[in-house]
Ligand binder design. Structure first.
Ligand code: CP
Ligand code: NVA
Length: 302
């Protein structure tokens, strides 16, 4: 693989290879075994939106692998003043060995890959968040021993997280259910693909979706870029929350995941969040290990 633009581009075999390498890199980091697999490589990190986890885990990941990362805020780049993506891609391809980009339009990420000549990694768009879901799958396997056969239930906005979770979950043999208010469903093409390729349901009934779930997942009601809708969304999404009522219908040993940042008492109660903090912060840690595996695979695949 050369790029990571969206999970739909990866086969189940490639996802498994990334997860296996991520497990190995995690074990080695814990045991202070260093592998400078990307010695001398430089990764540019373009951010048009805020980030804590993605930025820090990519910077530390490159450092761990012997390479260098450059933080490039789009506010300071000429791309933020309208320089075309096709020119930015061709220029940065001559300085850097790879680019991670977090932006609004998926097309911008696809265009960087089209016009540039170096690996491009999607660090979140309005459409998807593939790096997060690789870390999520890693965490599910770590905590439950397997991915396939588990029921994943996502409650909340049908957003970038939902789109990637559906694709990743179905590809890896999970049953996937989504509960969201009418009009806030995930991407229509992704839902069609999921229904044709696996066990998938989308409903506005939270408790029906959560029934017998092994993994419960939620995300903010208003994503980055939707700040103006935040108050209205609080009313629309009321009840689309992981709370004790939801936990009561899921499997008794169900795990809870959240990509973070979390808004307590909105999409998840403080009580449930803290009861599952161990899983949620393992998930956040796994961003580092999963992304190191993605970086190695992308640079290898060139
Ligand atoms: N989950 C996630 O991508 O976090 P950041 O926005 O902090 O990078
Ligand atoms: N849906 C959220 C995910 C943040 C990691 C957002 O796009 O803001």
């Amino acid at each position: 693989m050369k790029h990571l633009l969206k999970l739909g581009d990866l086969s189940a075999k490639e996802i498994n290879q990334i997860l296996n390498l991520a497990d190995q890199l995690k074990y080695e980091k814990k045991n202070n075994i260093k592998h400078h697999l990307l010695k001398g490589k430089t990764l540019g990190l373009i951010f048009s939106k805020s980030s804590t986890r993605t930025r820090v885990s990519f910077e530390v990941g490159m450092y761990d692998l012997g390479g260098t990362a450059l933080f490039l805020s789009s506010r300071d780049l000429q791309i933020g003043r309208g320089e075309p993506v096709e020119d930015t891609a061709r220029v940065l391809s001559r300085y850097l060995d790879g680019i991670m980009i977090r932006t609004f339009a998926q097309q911008e990420v696809e265009d960087l890959a089209k016009y540039g000549s170096i690996p491009i990694i999607n660090g979140l768009t309005d459409y998807c968040h593939p790096c997060q879901v690789l870390a999520d799958l890693m965490t599910i396997r770590e905590h439950r021993g397997a991915i396939s056969g588990n029921k994943l239930c996502y409650i909340g906005d049908g957003n970038n997280m939902t789109n990637s979770l559906i694709v990743g979950g179905i590809k890896m043999g999970m049953r996937v259910s989504v509960a969201c208010p009418k009009g806030y469903e995930p991407d229509a093409d992704i839902m069609k693909w999921a229904a044709e390729n696996g066990d998938f349901e989308c409903t506005d009934d939270v408790l029906a979706a959560a029934k017998d779930a092994d993994v419960l997942y939620t995300d903010v009601w208003a994503s980055m870029g939707q700040e103006a809708e935040a108050e209205e969304r609080k009313k629309i999404f009321k009840g689309y929350q992981i709370n004790n009522d939801v936990m009561a219908v899921a499997k008794s040993d169900a795990m809870v995941l959240h990509c973070l940042p979390a808004h307590r008492e909105e999409e998840i109660t403080s009580e449930v969040f803290e009861a599952h903090a161990n899983e949620i912060f393992d998930q956040a840690e796994n961003r580092l290990h999963a992304q190191k595996a993605v970086l190695v695979k992308c640079f290898e695949g060139e």
